[in-house]
Write a protein that binds this ligand. Structure first.
Ligand SMILES: C[S@@+](CC[C@H](N)C(=O)[O-])C[C@H]1O[C@@H](n2cnc3c(N)ncnc32)[C@H](O)[C@@H]1O
Length: 455
């Protein structure tokens, strides 16, 4: 995924002031577009850095001395200030390469994904789509099926955490984009933070957190189901985000002696990358800037969270039921968390499309006193006077009625033909997505809590 593009660290050449200098490559292959682009980017970064930090015609060149063994005098244009550009972040590639993750847009409500692999074919009801046709094409393009006379088509989209959540293989219930956005916002998760999450489940929320903490943050994600922990680890690697995450196969609610019953029958084999642990988050005291819990019994993880979170760090628990939320709130209070708030987020989507409306009448409306405008088809009779004769009111009414007829005639003459007008309309969808979960947010207090396992 784009946000996770591995940052390229150059062999650094350090100056006395601790500034690192990066060099553009000299012998770039003319056909190597990527290397040419890297060089161009670096040149521009160097230029910007020297303009900003050194000023034009700067003396800096003479003040920077490299500490590397093979101290080289460099041209001023090839200097970069590492404080500004500590690492080089390449712009995202817009071209699909072999191995790239591609989100496949089949229709408005149907998304899928593939890792572009030469020789493989993606099948759906619209036809057969060859991965070879994807490779070398830009993201966002439309691909036609090789069968069905090319009538079938799909769009190839660049993956984002939101599109990934809509296309991934669900191994569990997942946190959808509306809730994940609110969680990231309320926990104030920012670049380079350390965040803990449990359980990992299908890894949907993990990708959202990783985007927010990139480029140098770390997500510690805890899952006690061995198969899910392993699958998530492999998936993170394949999606190129593994440098932002550590997957822990661990029960975050349990005691160290607790046995996992959910390792799906798999024993930890020698050489396996994950070993089972039990009892909370294992990254040390006051180490996490934020913690996100999506667990069936989150209240059991709160004592561990209180030990692991930094003072004033943000905690969020995502629970579908109010009873879970209530127990979690109580545990949060018991462990010094404050500023508790529970919210439920509902999405109200709208269609915005063209509608055909009758034009608003601009002609004069007829005023007919004999017709009750409020009850269609009912006439108004003149009010009789007390002695049974038609009183002055009735006479007035007659005069009025005559006037009315004239007016009606006039207005009929100016009446415009009814025409329709096309315009943009906005209507809510007839049904609204239902309840997902209650999100409880809290802030950690200043008191440090001991590791519950050692109590
Ligand atoms: C609803 S899923 C999490 C989904 C995830 N947030 C996502 O967006 O894909 C809950 C996960 O928590 C795991 N889990 C439940 N209890 C746990 C515990 N005590 N320690 C670690 N993981 C646990 C379950 O195995 C399950 O995979």
């Amino acid at each position: 995924m784009d946000f996770a593009k591995k940052l390229t660290d150059y062999e650094n050449v350090t100056t006395k002031s601790g500034v690192r200098i990066l060099e553009t490559k000299k012998d770039v292959d003319e056909n190597d577009e990527k290397a040419k682009l890297e060089n161009l980017l670096l040149e521009q970064a160097n230029k910007a850095a020297s303009d900003l930090f050194l000023g034009s015609g700067s003396r800096l060149f003479s003040t920077i001395k490299t500490l590397s063994e093979d101290s080289v005098v460099r041209d001023k244009d090839h200097l970069i200030d590492a404080k500004l550009y500590p690492t080089k972040l390449l712009p995202p590639s817009s071209i699909i390469e072999a191995g790239s993750l591609v989100v496949i847009f089949e229709s408005f409500d149907s998304l899928n994904f593939v890792y572009a692999t030469p020789g493989e074919v993606f099948h759906n009801k619209n036809g057969h789509f060859h991965h070879d046709d994807f490779i070398g094409k830009p993201y966002g393009c439309k691909i036609r099926s090789r069968n069905n006379r090319g009538f079938g088509f799909l769009y190839l989209l660049r993956p984002t955490p939101e599109l990934w959540a809509r296309s991934l293989n669900h191994r569990t219930q997942i946190v959808h984009e509306l809730d994940s956005a609110i969680v990231i916002f309320n926990l104030n998760i920012r670049p380079n933070m350390v965040v803990c999450e449990s359980g990992t489940g299908s890894g949907a929320m993990s990708h959202c957190i990783m985007r927010a903490i990139a480029p140098h943050g770390k997500l510690h994600t805890y899952e006690f189901n061995q198969m899910r922990a392993h699958t998530a680890k492999e998936e993170f690697k394949r999606n190129g985000v593994d440098h932002l995450v550590d997957v822990h196969w661990r029960d975050v609610c349990g005691k160290p002696s607790a046995e996992s019953t959910s390792n799906d029958g798999r024993e930890t084999k020698e050489g396996e990358s994950l070993t089972f642990g039990s009892g909370g988050f294992d990254i040390g005291p006051a180490a996490a800037d934020a913690i996100f819990l999506d667990l069936p019994e989150p209240w059991l993880a709160i004592p561990h969270a209180a030990h692991t979170i930094k003072p004033n760090g943000g905690l969020c628990s995502y629970s579908p039921c109010m009873e879970q939320t209530q127990r979690t709130c109580q545990a949060m209070r018991d462990y010094g968390f404050h500023s508790l708030k529970t919210i439920e987020v509902r999405l109200r989507e709208h269609y915005v499309d063209e509608v055909e409306l009758e034009k608003v009448p601009t002609f004069k409306l007829p005023r007919d006193m004999n017709v009750n405008n409020y009850v269609p088809g009912q006439s108004v009779s003149p009010v009789p006077s007390n002695n049974g004769e038609s009183g002055p009111e009735a006479k007035d009414m007659e005069v009025d009625t005559n006037k009315k007829e004239e007016e009606t005639k006039d207005s009929k003459e100016v009446k415009e033909p009814v025409s329709k007008k096309r315009m943009l309309g906005c209507r809510p969808f007839s049904n609204m997505r239902g309840h997902t979960a209650f999100l409880t947010f809290a802030k950690a207090g200043n008191k440090s809590y001991p590791d519950p396992l050692k109590e």
